[in-house]
Design a protein around this ligand. Sequence first.
Ligand code: CAA
Length: 240
Amino acid sequence: MGRVAIVTGGTRGIGEAISVALKDMGMKVAANYAGNDERAREFTERTGIAAYKWDVSDFDACQEGVKKVEADLGPVDVLVNNAGITRDTTMKRMDHQKWQDVIDTNLGGCFNMAKAVFEGMQGRNYGRIVNIGSINGQAGQYGQVNYAAAKSGIHGFTKALAQEGARNGVTVNAIAPGYIDTDMVAAVPEEVLAKIIAKIPVGRLGKAEEIARAVGFLVDEQGGFITGSTMSVNGGQHMY
Ligand code: CAA
């Protein structure tokens, strides 16, 4: 059966690799994005996966967006909450906006999207939700009080929602990526990034496809007994 999946932030970076992996598993995939129309158009041309534009930090937009996807593809079986932003700076320079934007998008987005699909999944006795957390939500990171708090929140959100979904076949898991070769990591100053890579036992950045592979494992039909877990995919940088 062709399951229906939504991947937020699904047209670029880790999200793009996840969208493609789920399509390759035979799913009907909707890739959500918030801003970059040009990249979304290229993505759809290249992959044949439809892109849907809405801002995951906007609760109403998420409810509407999911309705549109369901009208086009059918009820959502799989949700991957991948959309995320950084506004890195030290506490001294972090204004309230930088805090709020990251909390609203990275953590609020998970709630807004789960709210739109969770009851339907429970009613149909099947669902797979994967939330993309971060090594920096597990270990903290200098210059990321906003991002680390949001990602850490995602790990708690995952464990709580997993308990609510368990009786109805809805699994909820998290992945905690380490430093992956994407635009987000490329924005880290070169000398800072070099020091970070020097601390990764595997000796390199991860690839987006290596995260997508882990998502594919968790959303598999056979994954019904894996719930509330966090899978670290970080080249050994943080063993948790
Ligand atoms: N621990 C202790 N001190 C540190 C430090 C660290 N990890 N990093 C920097 N410092 C110190 C510096 O040595 C420097 O001290 P001095 O002034 O005494 O020399 C001081 O803090 C200021 O450092 P910077 O010159 O780097 O300051 P800045 O204001 O230019 O930049 C920053 C600060 C924006 C936080 C920058 O250091 C930075 O971008 N760091 C990387 C943050 C990061 O890893 N982000 C991850 C983005 S990718 C992602 O988030 C994906 C994921 O899930 C993994």
